[in-house]
Ligand binder design. Structure first.
Ligand code: GLV
Ligand code: MN
Ligand code: MN
Length: 403
């Protein structure tokens, strides 16, 4: 049994036109017009193929092939980072749909569900739909989301969702046969090794913090350099310290200030406020704790040196995840069966699979990213690799559903 690679490409290309931006990418942040349109496209395509469709209380969109017994979920996400790539998430959703189509053509009685999870990327919260479905969405996560409370509430309203009902998207783990996700690697490992399929063993843990440096706005022409409380200067020196500390003291870990906004924001006004989005990741939970101590200490030092105040709010915490060794073996066997080369590797990117791994047998398949580029419009993967990945997903799904 194989997926129809030609039809899958037509679907993938049609989807990539929704929210398309220059350079081949898409801009589909959670619950924006393009994201909602992409989700609508998915449900229409699923209904046209004769699948049952379903939207749950967390807004997860599903196409279902019903049969006796627990359901095997196959999925990913259709939201994107701002100005992102067209493969991140979308490949996994389209491939899942085509696995269902292949099984439907064959007439196999398997309970399968292709699912597009809500807000994987964290425009609002991060892993919102998958954590809700797994029943691991913590109430405090909703109180301090990455995109801010107002952004979350406005987004939920746009999508017709209610905060109080999100948790009711939880599925009984007994109703699940497992979860598999195909995704682009988003890094250079497979391409450099010349290997076709990645068997994902683990996912890094990550923590995010919203920091605010508060100084004093003032006249940029008349205030002497030694009489300023420049919040922008404190934030910029913190950014440099983050890079230096993690490079020097935490090899193999990463930290990023992905947003830095100065207020009021004018050529002739000393910044009174600087808002900073800090995120760091490691495969080692203890290292995450030590990075947090070191970086928040550096933020306090930068604030003290600049004579400014500092506010720190934790806005996201994901523990490192290891995937089920038995599922890794199945993925590896499915690749070998197709005559494809494979290797095991951990993921530096977060994925819906990490939420599902807490409650069911879960695993992931990676395909090579050209030049390792992702979260940018130029993100790309050779189409042959995408089809290979979808066929490994199919083979692993058949094996997992039978176990
Ligand atoms: C999701 O793509 C993430 O790793 O941030
Ligand atoms: Mn993704
Ligand atoms: Mn992503």
């Amino acid at each position: 049994m194989r997926v129809d690679g030609e039809r899958m490409r037509e679907d993938f290309d049609e989807l990539a036109r929704i929210g398309a931006v220059a350079g081949g990418g898409v801009d589909r942040p959670s619950f924006g017009d393009a994201h909602l349109a992409a989700r609508g496209w998915f449900l229409d395509r699923a209904a046209a193929a004769g699948f049952e469709t379903r939207v749950d209380a967390a807004g997860n969109h599903s196409a279902r092939l019903p049969a006796e017994g627990p359901t095997l979920l196959l999925g990913s996400h259709l939201d994107s980072v701002p100005n992102g790539g067209r493969f991140d998430g979308a490949l996994g959703v389209v491939a899942a749909l085509h696995v269902l189509l292949a099984v439907q053509r064959d007439g196999l009685p398997l309970a399968l569900e292709a699912i597009d999870f809500t807000d994987e990327e964290g425009t609002l919260v991060g892993l919102l739909g998958s954590e809700a479905l797994a029943g691991v969405l913590a109430p405090e996560t909703l109180l301090a989301p990455r995109g801010g409370r107002d952004g979350l509430l406005a987004g939920l309203e746009r999508a017709g969702l209610r905060e109080a009902e999100l948790a009711s998207a939880r599925r009984d783990p007994e109703s699940l046969a497992g979860y598999l996700e195909l995704h682009i690697e988003q890094g250079p490992v497979l391409e450099r090794a010349g290997v076709q399929i990645g068997v994902v063993t683990a996912i890094v843990g990550a923590r995010s913090f919203a920091l605010v440096f508060r100084g004093a706005a003032g006249h940029a022409g008349t205030t002497p350099m030694d009489a300023r409380r420049d919040a922008g200067l404190a934030a910029a020196s913190f950014d440099v310290a983050v890079h230096e500390i993690v490079t020097r003291d935490f090899p193999g870990c990463v930290a990023t200030i992905g947003d830095l906004a100065l207020e009021p924001g004018a050529y002739n006004v000393i910044p009174g406020t600087a808002r900073v989005a800090l995120e760091f990741r490691s495969r080692d939970g203890d290292a995450l704790e030590r990075i947090e101590q070191a970086l928040l200490g550096a933020a306090r030092s930068a604030a003290d040196r600049g004579g400014v105040e500092l506010e720190v709010e934790p806005v996201g915490r994901w523990e490192p995840t290891s995937f089920d060794p038995g599922v890794c073996d199945l993925v590896e066997a499915a690749a070998a069966e197709l005559g494809l080369t494979s290797m095991r590797l951990p993921s530096g990117a977060g994925h819906d699979a990490q939420a599902l791994a807490a409650v069911t047998r879960a695993g992931m398949i990676f395909v090579p990213s050209i030049a390792g580029l992702s979260h940018a419009p130029g993100e790309s993967t050779a189409w042959e690799d995408c089809v290979n990945g979808a066929n490994v997903l199919l083979g692993a799904a058949l094996a997992l559903a039978r176990r």
